[in-house]
Design a protein around this ligand. Structure first.
Ligand code: HMH
Length: 207
C-alpha cells in the first residue's frame, strides 16, 4: 500500500474532504464573513494541537524522517504566528471556544500518539494532502481570501507534503498487515474530520 493509493481507494470520502461549498465560496467570494472568521479561529485551535502532535511524532520518528518533520514543526509554529497576524488585521479574537469538529480533531490527534508510527505519519500526510488539494480547488481565490489560498498552494508546501508522502510510504512498506489496515482507517477518519471541519465553518457563517 502506498499513500497516494488511498484517495482513489476511497473516492467518495476523499471528495467530501477536499470539496465543499465553503471552498467554492472562497473562490468566488460569496462566503459570508462569519464563516471565514469561524474557520480562522477554529483552524488556529487546530494548528496549535497539530504542533503538539508533530512535536511528539518527531520525537519517535526514524532518522530519515527527522528533516521533513523538524521542518514541518518549525513551519507550523510560524503558521501560528501568521494566524495571529491575520486575525489582528481582521480585528478577530483567537480565543473562540472549541467547536465540536475541532474538539473531535483534537481527540483524534491525541489518540494517534498511541498508534504505531506508520499510522500516525499516514494521518499527518493525509491531513496536509487534504489542505493542498482543497485550497488548490479554491484557487486563485477571491481577493479577500487569496493570501490564504496562496499559503497552502505554494511549491514549498507541495514539496513538504511530497516529503511526508515519502515518509509514509517508507513506513507503510515496512508495516505489517494490521498496521496498514489501521493506517487506512486513520486516512478515512481524516477525510471525515476534514469534511466536518468545513461544514462547521460553513455553519459558523449562519447558513
Ligand atoms: C482542519 N486540516 C485542518 N487545518 C489545517 N490547517 C490543516 C489540515 C493543514 O495544516
Amino acid at each position: 500500500m502506498r499513500a497516494r493509493d488511498l484517495p482513489p481507494g476511497y473516492p467518495a470520502e476523499w471528495r467530501e474532504a477536499v470539496s465543499h461549498p465553503f471552498l467554492e465560496s472562497v473562490r468566488d467570494g460569496s462566503l459570508p464573513a462569519g464563516a471565514f472568521e469561524s474557520w480562522l479561529a477554529q483552524d488556529y485551535r487546530f494548528v496549535a494541537d497539530l504542533l503538539v502532535f508533530q512535536a511528539r511524532l518527531l520525537a519517535r520518528s526514524p532518522r530519515p524522517d527527522q528533516a521533513v518533520l523538524a521542518g514541518g514543526l518549525v513551519a507550523v509554529e510560524a503558521e501560528l504566528g501568521w494566524f495571529e497576524e491575520k486575525a489582528g488585521e481582521r480585528a478577530l479574537g483567537l480565543d473562540a471556544p472549541f467547536l465540536p469538529a475541532t474538539g473531535a480533531y483534537r481527540d483524534f490527534l491525541a489518540g494517534l500518539e498511541n498508534e504505531p508510527y506508520p499510522v500516525a505519519i499516514t494521518a499527518l500526510w493525509a491531513l496536509e494532502e487534504v489542505y493542498l488539494e482543497s485550497w488548490r480547488g479554491a484557487a486563485p481565490g477571491h481577493p479577500d481570501y487569496r493570501e490564504f489560498v496562496e499559503h497552502w498552494t505554494t511549491p514549498e508546501f507541495a514539496d513538504y507534503v511530497a516529503g511526508l508522502e515519502d515518509s509514509a510510504d517508507a513506513a507503510l512498506r515496512d508495516a505489517g498487515e494490521e498496521e496498514r489496515e489501521r493506517a487506512a482507517a486513520a486516512f478515512l477518519k481524516v477525510c471525515r474530520l476534514e469534511r466536518d471541519f468545513w461544514q462547521m465553518a460553513w455553519l459558523g457563517g449562519g447558513r
